[in-house]
Design a protein around this ligand. Structure first.
Ligand code: XMP
Length: 515
């Protein structure tokens, strides 16, 4: 049967499963993600050219650990096991070859020495990789050759059984923290599975836009009315730009002024919407309700839920006003993964716009897409400014950046001004566009300072600058000391700000936002 997907990814519960698919698409290959229970049947019908077993949080010894059908491992096409996938390959060949990492969980960067293998072509013999596992393979099973170890040789980092076409890596070749991260996946699909590139950006953009327009119109029919919240971010704005010419008056686009926006944000969004020919209504009357409701708690998840509550209420009223039948969301694949809506991956954060349960039919045309693809579409609509000139901003906005103390109008104003000052300084030094996201957060723990010979018991601000391709993982963007000094000196001018701290922690473990 005709198969549009050359690679089958078996989802064993990793946060990074979608990242594997994203990386393959970035490299030019279509792939499909399926749970173990459906993978064998699918493979028998569609005959993929290669199989990737994702990582996962379980231990192979757990009773309800995901189990990979045996037949899939002898299916005749190359198999690459990643992390849990590697442990499973070892366990299934010899149950005693997997053990708990003696030092507890291995989590973070690891130096890996590579030996000769088709998997490692074009890589140097030593790479920095990202590890995240509680178990590891202590002995390669019969037929397998060790092809990589951690520096010093303690941990088996990769093994292969070329005769059986089985390959495995303990670290995560798909995440950005692994040096030259795409090379290993590229070697696997191209050199080992002999896949041909079948995902071409230019064609993809045209097809994506056409299909999104047609599908949405089909769902709405002639009588349906859809609402779409436009935040001015690349996802919702691009989606509204695609749909406006197709749906015309059947689409009602609006912007909720939550009170947690960046300085000058509303005006900026309005002008972008005008450029994209989106007819945008701004709704501001709920600002105080947002502040009141979010300010009720300092707990990160409760704040997000309280924000969502008001957000949902606004949508309900808007829907009623327009007689809407559908709601369109610019939710991406990554949003769904991190809000726990995909496969077996864990809930990290409640996202403000996932699963709002408004009683409207939801349409998520971007649910299968990644940031780099939506950015390409935005550029094709002449909305390059969204991509290059503006950094992403979470729906709950500055509410997530007043941390450990109840949100008030005054504290929101401090972070809003500070955020703007930091942006201006980074722009002046030509750094802003090189940074994927800049966060300025106020920490609620008061500390002592001295200003004008007097004691001040004030707040600290944290400046976090990160770089990333997709926000599933991030690394710190280190600012030069001279820029840090300028930022610090500027921010401490506020009478209540005593200290400025910098945060360049990678994700994982630190998420991009503090809450
Ligand atoms: P985290 O903090 O999870 O953030 O590493 C990844 C990216 O998502 C943004 N973010 C959100 N965006 N609603 C959004 O629209 C949300 O609730 C939300 N939470 C985080 C975050 O700013 C970063 O770009």
């Amino acid at each position: 049967m005709n198969n549009p997907f050359q690679i089958l990814i078996v989802d064993l519960g990793s946060q990074y499963t979608e990242v594997i698919r994203r990386s393959l698409r970035y490299l030019g290959f279509h792939s499909v993600i399926l749970p173990p229970s459906k993978s064998l049947k699918w493979a028998e019908v569609y005959k993929p050219k290669g199989i990737i077993l994702s990582g996962g949080s379980a231990s192979v010894y757990e009773i309800d650990a995901p189990k990979i059908p045996k037949e899939l491992l002898s299916f005749g096409v190359p198999v690459l096991g990643i992390c849990y996938g590697m442990q499973w390959l070892a366990y299934i060949n010899n149950k005693s070859t997997v053990h708990k990492v003696p030092e507890g969980k291995s989590y973070g960067p690891v130096e890996v020495s590579l030996r000769k293998s088709k998997l490692f072509v074009n890589l140097s013999s030593q790479i920095n990789a990202w590890s995240s596992h509680g178990d590891s393979v202590k002995k390669a099973p019969t037929g397998f050759k060790i092809i990589a170890t951690s520096k010093g040789g303690k941990v088996i980092e990769a093994m292969e059984n070329t005769k059986e076409k089985l390959y495995a890596v303990q670290f995560h070749p798909e995440v950005e923290q692994t040096e030259d991260e795409n090379i290993i996946l590229n070697n696997f699909v191209k050199k080992i599975c002999a896949c041909k590139q079948d995902y071409f950006k230019k064609d993809a953009i045209k097809t994506i836009c056409k299909e999104i327009g047609e599908n949405t119109k089909n769902i709405l029919g002639d009588k349906g009315v859809a609402i779409i919240g436009v935040s001015g971010g690349v996802d919702s704005t691009t989606l509204a730009a695609i749909l406006t010419p197709v749906l015309g008056k059947q689409l009602k686009a609006f912007l909720v002024d939550t009170g947690g926006m960046r300085k000058g944000e509303i005006e900026k969004v309005k002008s972008i919407a005008k450029k994209a020919k989106i007819n945008l209504e701004v709704i501001s009357k709920y600002k105080n309700k947002f502040i009141e409701n979010v300010g009720k708690s300092i707990n990160a998840e409760e704040k997000r839920k309280n924000f969502r509550e008001v957000y949902g209420e606004v949508f309900k009223e808007v829907a009623k006003f327009y007689g809407a039948t559908h709601m369109i969301q610019g939710t991406l694949a990554t949003d769904l993964i991190e809000s726990g809506s995909t496969g077996k991956s864990a809930l990290i954060k409640t996202h403000h716009n996932v699963d709002l349960k408004l009683g409207l039919k939801e349409i998520m045309p971007f649910a299968d897409f990644f940031k780099f693809e939506v950015r390409d579409i935005a550029r094709s609509f002449g909305l390059g400014e969204l991509v290059s000139g503006r950094q992403p901003f979470p729906g709950p906005g500055l509410y997530l950046r007043v941390v450990g103390v109840p949100v008030t109008t005054e504290l929101l104003e401090i972070v809003r001004e500070a955020d703007d000052e930091v942006r201006k300084i980074l722009e002046k030094h030509n750094l802003y566009n090189k940074i994927s996201q800049t966060i300025v957060a106020l920490l609620g723990t008061k500390t002592v300072g001295v200003k004008g010979d007097g004691r001040v018991y004030g707040y600290s601000l944290v400046v976090r600058t990160v770089e990333t391709a997709d926000f599933m993982t991030v690394k710190g963007f280190y600012l030069p000391p001279i820029v840090c000094e300028e930022i610090t000196n500027t921010l401490v001018k506020h009478p209540k700000i005593v200290r400025v701290l910098y945060d360049w922690t990678t994700k994982p473990p630190a998420t991009t936002e503090f809450e």
